[in-house]
Design a protein around this ligand. Structure first.
Ligand code: SAM
Length: 482
C-alpha cells in the first residue's frame, strides 16, 4: 500500500487514497466540534504585517473539517472570513478572460465530454491560422486581453507544433487598439519537453483539470485514450514545473465524484506543489459538469447544489488564500453573483465554447463543448460587475513583468500585490471603457474609476495612475503598467 508523502513525485503518494479517506473520517467525526472549528477559523484569519497582511492557510485536514461543518453560525463565520481574505489579497478586482477553442479533435474516451472519440454526430473542427486570426480579432473587438486556449487531445490533428503556431498567431495580432497580452493554455497532459516549448512561447498559466482525484472512478471515466493514464495525468503539473512553467492552474470537474473527496484531493495537490516546487497553484478552477451533445449530466450522480458549491468556494478561499480562483460561464449569472465575494478572482465573459464560435453571429452549437449558462455580452458582464462594486480588470502585467511563481506569491503574501494590481486594474479598465464600452457602461465605469483612484495608498503611484488614465482617454497610448 502506498504511503502518504506530499514531497513524493509519485501520484499515489502525494494524492494518497488512504490519507484522503482518513481525512474524511476525521472531518466527519469533528463536523460539530465547535471548539476545533473555532481554532481552525482563528488560524486562518489574516494578520497585519509590516508590509500589509498575511494568512497561514489551512492543511487539507483542517479545511475538510470546515467543509463538513454543519453548525449554521460557524458556516456564516466561514463565509465572512472567506470574504475578508478575498478583500485583503485580491480586493474588489475581478480579472476578465475568454476561452478560445482551437480544435475539438480528440482521441480520448472521456465519458462526460462531447469531444470523446466515439461521438460521431458532433462536427469536428480545427482552426486554420487564418481562422485563429479572425477569432482573435473578434475577441479583441469585444475588449478581451487574456485568453485561455482549449483543445482536445489528438497527436495527429493537434500536435504541440499546432498549439505553438496558434499561440504565435494570437500574440501577433494587433487590431485597432487591441492586443492579447496573456495566453493561458488548457491542453492535455504532455512531456517536460513540450511544457518547455510552451514556456518559451510565452504562455501565462498552464491549466489542467484533474477531473477527479479518485483513481478508480478516473479509470472508469476515462476508459480509452492517453488520458486513461491516471498517474501521467496527475503528475503533469510536476512536469510542467520541471519544464519551467511556474504558474499552473488546478481544478476538478465537480459532479463526477463525491465533492468531499475531490476537495481534499485538490488541497493535497496544492500542498504537494508547494512542498516540492516551493510554490502552490496559481489558480484553482471550480467547473461543474454540464449538459452537452451526447452527455447527460444526470448520469453522474454526484451533482452538487448551489449552496454546497458556494461553501466549497469559501473553503478553498480560506485554505489557500493566495491562489486565484476561476469561475466560467458554465455557471449562471445568479450563481456567479453568489460566489464572487467569497473568493473568485477571475471570470470569463461572453464565452463561446465552440470551435470558431466568435466569428459567428449566433452562438453555434454544432461543435461546442457545453452550452454556456451566462450568455451575456462582455459589456453587460463588465457593467454588472461594476454595479456590484467590483473592478473588472484586464490586467496582464504580473507575468509580463516577471512576477510569476514564487515571485508573485511572495508579493501576494506580503500584501504588496495591491500596490500594483489596483492601479493596473484601473488603467486597463479605462482602456476597455474608451475602446469598447457602450455609453452606459462608460458612465458607470468612469465614476467608479474616479472613486477607486482615491483609494490608491501611495501618493506617487496615485499621481502616475491618474496621469496615465488621462493619457489613455486623450490618446491611443495603451499598455501602461506597474
Ligand atoms: N483536452 C484537455 C484535457 O484533456 O485536459 C482540456 C481541454 S477541455 C476543452 C477543458 C475541460 O472541459 C476539461 O478538462 C473538462 O473538465 C471540461 N469539460 C469537459 N466536458 C464537460 C462538460 N460536459 N461540462 C463541463 N465541463 C466539461
Amino acid at each position: 500500500m502506498a504511503v502518504y508523502n506530499p514531497k513524493s513525485l509519485k501520484a499515489e503518494e502525494f494524492i494518497n487514497n488512504e490519507e484522503i479517506l482518513a481525512t474524511l473520517e476525521y472531518a466527519e467525526k469533528n463536523k460539530n466540534n465547535a471548539e476545533l472549528i473555532d481554532e481552525i477559523l482563528n488560524k486562518a484569519r489574516p494578520v497585519k504585517t509590516a508590509g500589509g497582511a498575511a494568512c497561514k492557510g489551512l492543511t487539507h485536514r483542517e479545511a475538510a473539517v470546515l467543509l463538513a461543518c454543519e453548525i449554521p453560525e460557524k458556516i456564516d463565520e466561514m463565509y465572512k472570513l472567506a470574504e475578508e481574505i478575498k478583500q485583503v489579497f485580491y480586493g474588489n478586482r475581478i480579472v476578465m478572460f475568454a476561452p478560445l477553442y482551437l480544435s475539438n479533435y480528440c482521441v480520448n474516451g472521456c465519458l462526460y465530454c462531447p469531444y470523446h472519440l466515439k461521438n460521431k454526430h458532433i462536427a469536428r473542427k480545427k482552426l486554420t491560422q487564418e481562422e485563429v486570426a479572425r477569432e482573435v480579432i473578434a475577441l479583441q473587438d469585444m475588449g478581451h486581453k487574456r485568453l485561455a486556449i482549449e483543445a482536445g487531445e489528438d497527436p495527429v490533428n493537434n500536435p504541440i507544433e499546432y498549439i505553438l503556431d496558434c499561440i504565435k498567431t494570437i500574440y501577433s495580432i494587433n487590431h485597432k487598439n487591441g492586443a492579447i497580452r496573456r495566453v493561458n493554455v488548457n491542453i492535455a497532459a504532455t512531456t517536460v519537453e513540450n511544457y518547455r516549448k510552451l514556456k518559451d512561447a510565452g504562455i501565462g498559466t498552464y491549466i489542467l483539470f484533474q477531473e477527479t482525484y479518485h483513481k478508480e472512478s478516473y479509470l472508469k471515466l476515462h476508459p480509452t485514450g492517453p488520458k486513461h493514464d491516471y498517474d501521467y495525468h496527475t503528475e503533469a503539473m510536476d512536469r510542467a514545473m520541471q519544464g519551467g512553467i511556474d504558474d499552473v492552474g488546478l481544478g476538478v470537474l465537480f459532479g463526477l465524484e463525491l465533492y468531499k473527496y475531490e476537495f481534499v484531493g485538490l488541497l493535497m495537490h496544492a500542498e504537494h506543489l508547494e512542498a516540492v516546487h516551493g510554490v502552490g497553484p496559481h489558480t484553482i478552477s471550480v467547473p461543474r459538469v454540464k449538459r452537452a451533445d451526447d452527455i447527460d449530466p444526470d448520469v453522474f450522480d454526484n451533482g452538487i447544489s448551489d449552496e454546497m458549491f458556494a461553501k466549497i468556494v469559501a473553503c478553498i478561499r480560506i485554505a489557500v488564500p493566495y491562489t486565484g480562483m476561476i469561475i466560467s460561464t458554465r455557471e449562471s449569472q445568479a450563481v456567479r453573483e453568489k460566489v464572487l465575494g467569497l473568493g473568485i478572482s477571475q471570470i470569463s465573459g461572453a464565452s463561446r465554447t465552440s470551435v470558431g464560435g466568435y466569428t459567428e453571429e449566433e452562438r453555434p452549437h454544432d461543435s461546442e463543448q457545453f452550452d454556456v449558462s451566462d450568455q451575456r455580452t462582455l459589456d453587460e458582464v463588465v457593467r454588472w460587475l461594476m454595479e456590484l462594486g467590483c473592478i473588472p480588470s484586464f490586467c496582464t502585467a504580473c507575468y509580463r513583468e516577471g512576477r510569476t511563481g514564487d515571485r508573485f506569491m511572495s508579493l501576494c503574501k506580503s500584501g504588496q500585490i495591491l500596490n500594483c494590481c489596483h492601479p493596473n486594474a484601473l488603467m486597463t479598465l479605462t482602456e476597455y471603457l474608451v475602446d469598447y464600452a457602450s455609453a452606459e457602461t462608460k458612465k458607470t465605469g468612469f465614476e467608479l474609476i474616479e472613486n477607486e483612484l482615491k483609494k490608491i495608498p501611495g501618493e506617487k503611484v496615485r499621481a502616475i495612475a491618474a496621469k496615465n488614465i488621462e493619457d489613455i482617454k486623450a490618446s491611443n497610448r495603451r499598455d501602461f503598467r506597474f
